[in-house]
Design a protein around this ligand. Structure first.
Ligand SMILES: Nc1ncnc2c1ncn2[C@@H]1O[C@H](COP(=O)(O)OP(=O)(O)OP(=O)(O)O)[C@@H](O)[C@H]1O
Length: 293
């Protein structure tokens, strides 16, 4: 496989009052150009930590990350990041929020051209009627559409999505999964997404990397998702491969839930106050067929 993103043997240690806490250890993962890969695992295993190292927002303790042949050494416009909350500037309209990044990335382009780019992506996410509204006039789903448009409009080399629909209700989440799929179909951006939702991962991804539980988490297994693009949700759900693939994900995660931590690591694991994550994943998993946090 030709590697576009190479996460090579990374370890991340956080200092804590009771000693260093190793969140991920010897973590390897490669993505090819244009691939959509989801990272799935239990709450607190280190998914967001990995994503923020790729975003350049968190330092790597050891190992390295290379994107398109260049080592990542900090944040940069070559990576568009979408978080759970879009964090829009409240005094600017949707268009101005998108334009801000576009003008910074395309400094050589005229304002008119930049407006065209921003408008194009806002139209793609279905906000042609609302692009002159301010965030407070938009629903949370519409705000996240602006967040997606903003990330794609930067023309980044890759997209990093950290539970982008985690705060939305199911119907809005489905709608936005379609929006993301359409954006991705137009641009074929290499994408790394963190999610708790196995159905979301199966609908959107080419591959799903399953993380072991921390401390010292790494990729335990990788699942190929064979459904052809463009995908239609109903067709995906009716595909005879769908439930066996879903079962494989759940079996892996269930296996991790029952695995004991190595005594040495258990003793060293320390969760600082305020950084504790809840066990939302598993309570949600067994409450219904859908597995989202
Ligand atoms: N700045 C920090 N200092 C110390 N420990 C941290 C810090 N940030 C994260 N951690 C710890 O690292 C571990 C992994 O956190 P992370 O947010 O990456 O997990 P996650 O898999 O994304 O969880 P969730 O699915 O609940 O969002 C957790 O135990 C967390 O408490």
């Amino acid at each position: 496989m030709k590697k576009y993103l190479e996460i090579w043997n990374i370890t991340k240690t956080f200092p804590t009052p009771t000693g260093p806490s190793v969140v991920v250890r010897n973590f390897d993962l490669n993505l090819r150009k244009g691939e959509f890969l989801s990272l799935i695992g239990h709450s607190g295993c280190g998914k967001s930590t990995v994503l923020s190292m790729v975003a350049g927002l968190s330092e790597i303790t050891s190992g390295g990350i290379v994107l398109a042949g260049r080592q990542i050494q900090g944040p940069g416009p070559d990576r568009g990041v979408v978080f759970q909350s879009p964090c829009l500037l409240h005094w600017m309209t949707a268009l101005e929020n998108v334009l801000l990044g576009v003008e910074q990335v395309h400094r050589q382009k005229s304002r008119k051209d930049c407006i065209e780019i921003a408008t194009h992506y806002l139209e793609l996410v279905g906000l042609e009627e609302s692009m002159h509204k301010k965030p407070r006039e938009l629903s949370s789903g519409m705000q996240q559409r602006v967040g997606l448009a903003r990330a794609f409009a930067l023309s980044p080399k890759m997209l990093l999505l950290d539970e982008p629909f985690g705060m939305l209700d199911s119907l809005t989440r489905f709608e936005l999964q379609e929006v993301l799929m359409n954006l991705w179909a137009e641009d074929q951006k290499t994408a790394l997404m963190v999610t708790h939702d196995v159905d979301e991962a199966l609908f959107l991804s080419d591959r799903i990397a399953m993380m072991t539980n921390g401390p010292g988490a790494r990729v335990g297994e990788i699942l190929e998702v064979p459904f052809p693009h463009p995908r239609d949700r109903q067709e995906v759900l009716e595909d005879p491969m769908y439930y066996p693939l879903r079962e494989r994900l759940i079996t892996f995660l269930e296996g991790q839930a029952h695995k004991e931590k190595p005594a040495e690591e258990s003793a060293r694991e320390s969760v600082p106050e305020g950084a504790v994550k809840t066990g939302r994943f598993w309570s949600a998993l067994w409450k219904g067929t859908r597995t989202s946090a």
